[in-house]
Design a protein around this ligand. Sequence first.
Ligand code: AMP
Ligand code: TRP
Length: 336
Amino acid sequence: MTSAHSRVSFSGIKPSGEVHLGNYIGAVKQWVTFQENMKPGDVLIFPIVDLHAITVPFEPLELRERLVDLVCWLMASGLDPKKVIMFVQSENPDHPYLAWLFNCITPMGWLERMTQYKDKARVQGQRVSVGLFDYPSLMAADILLYDTHDVPVGEDQKQHVELARNIAERFNRLYGQTFQVPNVVLKQEGARLMSLQDPTKKMSKSDEDKAGCILLKDDADTIRQKIKRAVTDSGNEIHAGKDKPALTNLMVIYSEFSGKSLQEIEALYQGKGYNEFKLDLAEIVVEGFAPVQEKYRALKKDQAAVGRALSDGLKNARAISSEKIKQVQKAMGLEK
Ligand code: AMP
Ligand code: TRP
C-alpha cells in the first residue's frame, strides 16, 4: 500500500518486438537509476503492458514468449523484483476497468490530437483498431491507478503522459479530488535515440531497416557492424550539435555507456576522426552489454524466478489498484 509520504514512479513497456538500445537508454536504464536512488516508502511499478501491445496486429503464439523474454531483459538490466513491482497488465483487470470509466469523460478531440495515433492511423487507414485510438486512455488508467507522481519514459510518450494529467484534472473537477496528477520525467540526453541509418527517425523495433536499431540481444560482431555502418554527417571532427545530428546521436550513446559528458567526449577526440570514434564506441557498447546479456542467459534458464517476480508483483499491484477502484466507484456513484 502507498502511504501519504511515499513517492510513486510508474512506467510500462510493451512486449512487442525485441528490446532495443532506444528502450534501454530512454527508459529501462532510467528505471534502474530510480531503483538505485529509492528512499524508504518509495514505490516503483514497471508492468509489461500487453494490452497495449495488442492494439496493432500481433501473433498470439508469440505474445507470452515475448513477455517472459522482456521480463528477463528487465531483470538482466538491473531491475530487482524484490525492490520494484513488475507484473503483467492484462492480469490486473482494474486497468481496463478504469480505462472504460476514463473513456466516458475523455472528449474525442483529446484523443484525435495524439500524434502517435495519427502517425499509425495514416499507415493503417480504415483497418486501424478502436484500441489503438483508445490507447492513451488505457495508459492514463495504468498511471493514475497507483497515484503516480513520476512517469519516466522516452520523449515519444510525453504527449500521452500529458493526456493522463488532463484526464486526472478533469476527473478531479467532475467528481472530487481522486487522482494524483503525474509528471513526465525525461532524460536530458537519450530521451529520443535516433536510427543509426537515419537521424531524422527515432530508433524503433518496427524499423524496416534493421541496421538502424541495435538490439539488446545483438552479438558483439553485429553491434560492431551496425556502428561501423551508421551514417555520419559531413565534416570529420567529433563535436555535438544541431548541424551533426547523426554524430550527436552516436555521442549520446557513447556518453550513456561511458558516463562521460558530450564535452568530455569532444575533448577526448580532438584531432581524431569518425573512424576511431566509431571503433571505440562499438567496444564500449559491446562491453556494456556483455554483463546484461550474461544475466539474461542465466534468467532464461530460471523461469521460476520470472514466474515468482510476476506473481508477487501482481499481488502488490492489486493491493494498491483495488483500493483506488473503490474510491473511484464511490466518487462516480457506482458503488453497491
Ligand atoms: P515501447 O517499446 O514502445 O513499449 O517503449 C518502452 C519505452 O522505451 C518507452 O518509455 C519509450 O518512450 C522508450 N523508447 C522507445 N523508443 C525510444 C527511442 N528511440 N529513444 C528513447 N526512448 C525510447
Ligand atoms: N505507451 C507506452 C510506450 O509505448 C507504454 C506504456 C503503457 C506506458 N502504459 C504506460 C508508459 C504507463 C508509461 C506509463 O512506450
